[in-house]
Design a protein around this ligand. Structure first.
Ligand code: IMP
Ligand code: MG
Length: 179
């Protein structure tokens, strides 16, 4: 285990087994719908690569990247760094995310994609931290891998200062590693 990780929250095996379960549900849901599966970079990359291979129906892969600027005020503003490259009007769209935290990012992404008039738009997130949700965020994820407590986690795509994304598990960082 990495020296800066205090505890493994989710092992590789736990993650893979949950992804296999979700794959069956998503494959059933999107049968004959040829969905566009949109990943929100960069945190989602590892989850995306595993999840997409458990979706057994024809689908298209797309990515977008956003940036969040947390100012002094409580509402962080979000901008699109890279938009998707296909027209999703009238298409069934599934958003894949690494974590649903305050809800800032997903609320923005959801509204941004809704404006493109998809036939349907659903959210699948690997992790959900409901305790962190900002008041006023009513958006909910349609598919959740794991609901987790309010701990800062890294690995399996999730970063701390851009590091730890390559850990194969999801771990809780040691507090002293933050300083
Ligand atoms: P939001 O607060 O729901 O908008 O989440 C914004 C982004 O913060 C997520 O997409 C992650 O990149 C990041 N984030 C939130 N919680 C964690 C965490 O526990 N570890 C690492 N990144 C996190
Ligand atoms: Mg991040």
């Amino acid at each position: 285990m990495d020296k800066n990780i205090q505890e493994v929250m989710l092992t590789e095996a736990q993650i893979q087994s949950r992804i296999a379960e979700m794959g069956e549900i998503l494959s059933e849901e999107y049968r004959d719908k040829n969905p566009v599966v949109i990943g929100v970079l960069k945190g989602v990359v590892v989850f995306y690569a595993d999840m997409i291979r458990k979706i057994t129906v024809p689908c298209q892969m797309e990515f977008m990247q956003i940036s969040s600027y947390e100012g002094t005020e409580s509402s962080g503003s979000v901008v699109v760094k890279q938009d998707i490259a296909v027209d999703i009007k009238g298409r069934h769209v599934l958003i894949l995310e690494d974590i649903f935290d305050t809800g800032n990012s997903l609320s923005f992404v959801h509204a941004h994609l809704m404006a493109k008039e998809p036939a349907s738009l659903k959210i699948c997130t690997l992790l959900d931290k409901p305790e962190r949700r900002k008041p006023g965020v009513t958006l909910q994820a349609d598919y959740v891998g794991f609901t987790i407590p309010n701990e800062f986690v890294v690995g399996y795509g999730l970063d701390y200062n851009e590091y730890y994304r390559n850990l194969p598990y999801i771990g809780i960082m040691k507090p002293e590693a933050y300083t």
